[in-house]
Design a protein around this ligand. Structure first.
Ligand code: PLP
Length: 460
């Protein structure tokens, strides 16, 4: 019998008792597809190695492999990881963790019908943003609000609605690129408006804006410079000054605030971020910001501002394409409700909880982690607790350091550090960390759950 003939047929596999059970459990189509690809792999291996692969020597082995593949096929690839990078709002790791209240609200919205566009009291149609906009107005003082998928969408919608075919004046120092190819000039182009850059990279004066105004100007725009800072000989124009200038020419001012804090972070000893309220009070017409940065909620783009302007955004056809679904809106509403009880915020809003954890709590966690690592790794690695520098992340105050605590791992044996990093990555819930000064840094400020981490480490 040739090697190829020793490969089983699909039919033969399906007719075994266990094959039939697999069909009952996973359905005919999936089982046949997996059988076919396995046999095909067998053929290729025979061609390459001139011998029958081990697993085909026994039907039981083949069935086990098929079952394994069928189970694996259903495993979600968006895998959970432990964030020990020290960057709390890590864009590559999914930004803000949802508060418990937001998780519950979202789960309900997933499982049940919700009165998303239905006013229960009046018994008539309602707008889906209404739940959120009332809250946002209460929290920020603004007159109205609009919610879309993310802040990039919010900026696109503002530009497309008010500046299509017109000019937008913006400082050269604010023509930023944010990770993931969000570039202000590109968004302007997409929205069909003409960018008028004023000033220089480091200095822009009010007169620069004034000189650029003409009859085709749609508005004056400010973009929060998020992920970078210009230091040294600099000058930028504040929203307040721009609003004054805008009034002279009857031009609105629009701000892309990026993170958009709703509270003064300095009360927690954190670096100052401009707040949405502050910009509204300065007279800015529309302010946009993200839902999943400092706000600590789901991915969303929020625009607050003057009622007449928000109404125009709401009736632009793009709004329909950019609107949020019920799950996000429910999560966002629950997140915003937490802001109504500000004293409880650092306890209940996960992002703020992580950012404000006192050093002694981080130290206590570090002790437990150090012990667990030491037990696992023995004397091959030096395990220490060290002072560390965490960051807010997501473009908030890129240079500001938040004091933190890390467990560090170092070794004199070359290659051992890389080997350990690879082990970390292959854990059921991989560990993501920093490597600095030839040490692995496990920063505890960004860690969601020490319990889960210790559980994972049992498998190291
Ligand atoms: C983060 C950021 C954006 C993009 O926001 P997303 O919610 O990620 O779409 C836009 N502008 C600024 C200034 C930002 O900081």
């Amino acid at each position: 019998m040739s090697l190829y003939q020793q490969l089983p047929s699909i039919d033969k596999l399906l007719k075994t008792t266990e094959g039939a059970e697999l069909v009952t459990q996973f359905g005919h189509t999936a089982v046949v597809n997996v059988c076919r690809s396995l046999i095909e792999q067998g053929r290729k291996a025979i061609k390459r190695d001139q011998q029958l692969p081990q697993i085909f020597t026994d039907v039981q082995h083949i069935i086990n492999e098929i079952r394994h593949k069928l189970i694996q096929q259903q495993q979600v690839n968006i895998q959970s990881v432990h964030n020990l990078t020290g960057t709390v709002l890590h864009t590559n790791l999914g930004r803000a963790l949802w508060a418990e209240a937001a998780q519950h609200a979202a789960l309900t919205a997933m499982q049940q019908n919700v009165a998303l566009e239905y006013d229960l009291h009046a018994g008539e149609r309602n707008h889906r943003d209404n739940y959120i906009s009332g809250l946002l107005c209460q929290l920020t003082g603004a007159e109205a609000a609009c919610v879309v998928n993310n802040n990039a969408a919010a900026v696109l919608l503002m530009l497309a609605t008010f500046a299509q075919g017109k000019e937008v004046i913006i400082s050269r120092g604010e023509l930023i690129e944010i990770g993931g190819a969000f570039r202000i000039p590109d968004i302007m182009q997409q929205a069909g408006c003409k960018l008028v850059e004023v000033g220089t990279t480091n200095r822009t004066h009010l007169s620069d804006y004034r000189n650029a105004i003409n009859e085709n100007t749609a508005f004056l725009m400010k973009v929060h410079s998020s992920n970078y800072q210009i230091c040294g000989f600099t000058k930028s124009v504040s929203e307040q000054e721009l609003v004054e200038l805008g009034k002279e020419f009857n031009l609105p001012v629009i701000t892309d605030l990026g993170s958009g804090a709703l509270i003064d972070l300095t009360q927690y000893g954190l670096p100052a971020e401009p707040t949405v309220q502050e910009k509204w009070e300065q007279g800015v017409n529309l302010i946009s910001f993200s839902g999943d940065k400092l706000l600590g909620g789901p991915q969303a783009g929020i625009i607050v501002g003057k009622k007449a302007w928000i109404e125009r955004l709401q009736s632009h056809p793009l709004k329909r394409a950019l609107r949020c679904d019920k799950v996000i809106l429910a999560g966002l509403e629950a997140t915003l409700r937490l802001y109504l009880q500000p004293e409880k915020l650092s306890e209940k809003l996960t992002a703020l909880y992580l950012l404000t954890q006192p050093i002694n709590e981080l130290l206590a966690k570090a002790e437990k982690l150090k012990t667990a690592l030491h037990d696992k790794l023995g004397n091959d690695y030096i395990v220490k607790i060290e002072e560390s520098s965490a960051q807010i992340g997501s473009g908030s105050q890129p240079l500001a350091i938040i004091p933190s605590v890390a467990v560090t791992l170092s070794t004199e044996m070359s290659g051992k550090l890389t080997a350990l990093l690879n082990h970390f990555k292959r854990l059921p819930q991989p560990i993501i960390c920093r490597v600095e000064k030839e040490k692995i840094w496990l920063d505890l400020r960004s860690l969601a759950s020490l319990e889960r981490l210790l559980d994972t480490l049992k498998q190291l």
